[in-house]
Design a protein around this ligand. Sequence first.
Ligand code: ADP
Length: 363
Amino acid sequence: MDFERKVEWVGETSRFSGLSVQIRNAGIFVVSRCYAFAEFTIESRLPFYWETTLPVLEIHNLRKSYNGVKAVDGIGFSIEAGEVFGLLGPNGAGKSTTIDIIATILQPDDGEVRIRGSITSRSTEYKYRIGYVPQEISLNEQLTAAENLAFVGRLYDIPADELRRRVPETLESVGLADRSREPVHQFSGGMKRRLNIACAMVHRPDVVLMDEPTVGVDPHARAYIFEIVERLASQGKAILYTTHYMEEAERLCQRTAIIDRGKIVAVGTLSELIALIKAKREIVIEADALSSESVERLSAKLGRVTWAMEDHRVRLSIADGRIGMVDVINTAHEMGIRVRNAAMNEPDLETVFLELTGHALRD
Ligand code: ADP
C-alpha cells in the first residue's frame, strides 16, 4: 500500500509539474523496486517512466593495456537503478581494472563512463554519484568506526550537522551501530568489510562499485554482506559487483557479464546465459537390470533426450525444459524400469564459463 501511494505521488507530481531532480530520484527508487508494477500501471501515462528506466551507469568500449598487455579490451555494459550487476571472471580477467577505471582511480586508454546519461567521469559531479568499495580494506585502524566514516564524509563535503546524522545511520545500516566508538583494529575481518562498505555509502551515491567484497570472509559474514547488497539494491542503487565465485553471481546478480582476458564474452540473466550453451540439464538414474534397449525405449518415449550408460546408471541429457525428474521416473516405472536412485544436474555459470571460454573459472 505504501508503495502504491508513492507511485501515485510520483505520477501525479510529475504530470503536473514536470521533472524536478527530487521527483526523478523518487521515481527511480519506486520504479526500481517494482518494475513490473510500473509497467502494468503507469507506463502509458508517465513520460518520466521511460526516463527513470534508463541505465544509471553506462560503460562504453573501455580499454586499458599494461606494457602492451590488454587488461581491459573493449568492455561495455549498463546498469539500471536497483540492479545488482555481476562481473564474473577468474583472477586476471580484468575485473579490478574495469572497476578502478569506473572509480576514476585509473585512466582508461579509451572509452567512456557516464552516469544518468550526462554525467561523465570527467565532471566534478561524478565523484558524488559513485561509491567505491575496494578489494583491500582501506580503513584507518587506529580510528573508531564513526571516525572513519566521518573522515570519508568530510572528503565528500558533507556538512558537519548532516554528518552527525549520517554517520550513525550508515553504521546502523551495516549492523555496526553499537560498535561505533570502538577502534577498528579491534574489529573482526567481517566487521571491517562491512565498515569498508559503509564508507562507500555515507555520501549516498547512485552507483556502488564493489570489488570482490567477500574475499577472505567466513560464511556468516558473507551472508551479512549479501543482505547489505540486497538492501542497497532495494533502495534503488545501481550496483556493480565483481566476483570470481559463480555462486555469488547466481545468488545476487540480476544480470551477469562473464569476463575473460579483458573481454566480455556474454551478458544476461542466469537463464539467458544458460540458454546460450549446448550443455543441457542432466538427470542421472540408477536402476536394476538397465539395458541399452530399455534406455533407448525410455529416451524415445520422453523425446529430445540423449543418453549415456555407465554401469547401473544412465545419464539422460534433456533439451526439453518441460521434462522433469517426476516425468522420467514415472515413464521409467511404466516401462518396468525400477529406479533406485535419481539425481538432477542443472548447468550453472561454471558450465557456461567453461563452454564459452574453453577453460574453468578457477584454473
Ligand atoms: P582481476 O581483477 O580480474 O583479477 P585485473 O584487472 O587485476 O584482473 O588484471 C587484469 C590483467 O592486467 C592481469 O593480466 C594483470 O596481471 C594485469 N595488470 C593489472 N594491474 C597491472 C599493473 N599495475 N601493471 C601491469 N599489469 C597489470
